[in-house]
Design a protein around this ligand. Structure first.
Ligand code: NDP
Length: 241
């Protein structure tokens, strides 16, 4: 167990974010979990002896207000929160425009706004920013994939900005990860679930803990020479046939 660090995990009340929060707590870190619904984040904070902060990360005013409630010193920031929006069911360009705007709001803004808020408090040197991308941002998947690709490229600029201060910024890119609210519909569809396992090289679906292990490594003090990079956690799905 290393030095106790202060970690902020967005979307820490469920799925991948909850596994990330647990993994940092297991190594002795203090973790603040963020999300919109108070109940899931309160439950995780109680379980891991951390703190919970309820807010909508798409709202710049809410993030501005929350600045005072974030830890005074932040060692690790994990931008995990994101929500996939259903494809438009209404015909017409207005519905398409609305869908694309909402997807950018719910995938890109939570990471961008939350990073700007505590940035001055990030450890210099030694701070770590890890954002969760998606293989959809590499292989394409409608507006969701485009929004995740925006996270991937935004990280280049971020890494260029913070790197000289000894802070690293990286993207961990999951493939299909079951046991999350995000993947609930796909898990219910047994054929789709099996198809997704088959597209990986390791012939299984991913677990939140698979992603958490990569995040903890990229955020570790030992990973200080990894900056502006991508770490795929997809069981080889990107190469899968
Ligand atoms: P979940 O839906 O279980 O987790 C998403 C979490 O983010 C929820 O706890 C949600 O809580 C929170 N959240 C969403 N929007 C906001 C917001 N505007 N403000 C604050 N909190 C928010 O799914 P996953 O664990 O799968 O998703 C985590 C990340 O992983 C997402 O970025 C997703 O795009 C990405 N991902 C997931 C994959 C998968 O197959 N599961 C594959 C690739 C990437 P609440 O609703 O209470 O706000």
């Amino acid at each position: 167990m290393g030095t106790r660090r202060f970690v902020v995990v967005s979307g820490g009340g469920s799925g991948i974010g909850r596994a990330i929060a647990r993994a940092f707590a297991d190594r002795g870190d203090h973790v603040t979990v963020l999300g919109r619904r108070p109940e899931p984040i309160a439950a995780v904070a109680k379980e891991i002896g951390g703190a919970a902060l309820a807010l909508d990360l798409t709202d710049p005013h809410a993030v501005e207000r929350a600045r005072a409630e974030l830890p005074e010193h932040v060692d690790v920031l994990v931008n995990n929160a994101g929500q996939r929006m259903p494809l438009p069911t209404e015909p017409g360009l207005a519905a398409i425009a609305d869908h694309w705007r909402r997807m950018y709001d719910h995938i890109v803004l939570p990471a961008v706004l939350l990073t700007e808020a505590p940035l001055p408090r990030l450890a210099r040197p030694g701070g770590r920013i890890v954002s969760i991308g998606s293989t959809a941002g590499l292989r394409g998947n409608n507006a969701y994939g485009a929004a995740k690709a925006a996270i991937h490229t935004w990280n280049h600029t971020l890494a260029t900005r913070v790197g000289p201060d000894g802070i690293t910024a990286n993207v961990v890119i999951p493939g299909y990860i079951a046991d999350t609210e995000f993947a609930f519909d796909m898990v219910q569809d047994a054929a789709e679930h099996a198809r997704r396992a088959e597209t990986t090289l390791v012939k299984r679906v991913g677990r939140p803990e698979d992603v958490a292990a990569a995040v903890v490594f990229v955020a570790s003090p030992e990973a200080g020479y990894i900056c502006g990079e991508f770490v795929n956690v997809s069981g080889g799905h990107v190469l899968g046939r």
